[in-house]
Write a protein that binds this ligand. Structure first.
Ligand code: ZN
Length: 315
């Protein structure tokens, strides 16, 4: 197994950011869709209902560390799971769809990549639309927050139901392949990222800095990159639509009850991201499910979106 992610550093040493061009390329993948009404997110109903949310993930091509995934969308395992038992309720309520042609390994193949080429999969959190494709990458090592993995291992049936953790999506050897990011190995973040506290320099070269995004799910991670001189934050489900950064309103109580770990932390994370956006004009903040951000990335970097780019895509 590759040994390209060394371990501990002194906790008081600040992470050094990569320069403006670390040679990374970033592609955004879409492996399906879900749907929701604007009122679920306290957004303007004029946005149309139901709104469609791409099931997004990212491919980072690193000149030294090869192809890296940030999440892996739905996939064959999630598709199969949604045909059984309570998982069918999830599929029905969210209008979730994930056709085989959008499985992450298939989309990578369109770029000439084999699943075995993927060296690392960073898992932002363990919701099915973020880890459902993991079985397609049996040779990759994984990275996740230690607390998130602890919940996967120690949580009971009801905790997993509430936290949307579907154990059957995770390969049996996940623990052996997993680098767990814990507070002992985190270090203060530099510069513009300092607002997010501490984080982890995944490759010891500042090219991929993981940091916590509390609120949505236990141990949710974001990833900071510099791509062709542009600052990029991949922020998973810290928010779903970019309008939420301006609205700064928590979703209704019942959405919190069903789908959010800590509503106060969620709002605090939103505020930090909004400040980052306002202080770093031109930086990209890319959540996993924002169709407008995806479309902007496609316009700015033609050919850098893999998969179901059409807002009218149907499953
Ligand atoms: Zn989520």
């Amino acid at each position: 197994m590759a040994t390209d992610m060394p371990g501990k550093k002194g906790a008081d040493t600040c992470i050094i950011e990569a320069g403006p061009d670390a040679g990374l390329r970033l592609f955004l993948g879409v492996s399906g869709y879900s749907h929701a009404h604007p009122r679920h997110l306290r957004l303007d109903p004029a946005l149309g209902a139901p709104m469609q949310f791409p099931a997004g993930w990212a491919l980072i091509e690193h000149p030294l560390h090869g192809p890296i995934l940030f999440d892996c969308g739905y996939g064959a395992a999630a598709r199969a799971a949604m045909g059984r038992g309570l998982r069918r309720v999830y599929r029905h309520v969210l209008g979730a769809c994930c056709p085989a042609q959008a499985d992450p390994s298939r989309l990578l193949a369109e770029r000439g990549l084999r699943a075995s080429d993927v060296r690392t999969v960073v898992l932002s959190h363990f919701h099915p639309d973020h880890v459902g494709g993991l079985r397609e990458f049996p040779e990759a090592r994984c990275v996740a927050h230690a607390e998130a993995w602890r919940q996967v291992c120690d949580g009971g049936w009801f905790d997993h139901l509430h936290a949307q953790i579907w154990r059957e999506l995770l390969p049996a050897d996940t623990d052996a392949r997993l680098r767990k990011l814990d507070v002992q190995t985190q270090r203060p973040l530099p510069g513009a990222l300092a607002a997010f506290g501490c984080g982890w320099d995944l490759f010891d070269d500042g090219s991929g800095i993981a940091f916590a995004l509390p609120g949505h799910a236990t141990g949710q991670l974001g990833l900071a990159l510099t791509v062709a001189g542009e600052r990029v934050l991949l922020v998973a489900d810290a928010f779903s639509r970019r309008e939420q950064l301006d609205a700064l309103r928590p979703p209704p109580w019942w959405v919190h009850l069903l789908a959010i770990r800590d509503s106060r932390a969620c709002l605090d994370t939103l505020q930090r991201l909004r400040r980052f956006r306002d202080d770093n004009l031109g930086a990209w903040i890319i959540p996993a499910h924002c169709a407008a951000t995806l479309a902007d990335w496609q316009r700015r970097h033609p050919g850098s979106v893999l998969g179901m780019v059409s807002a009218d895509a149907r499953c």
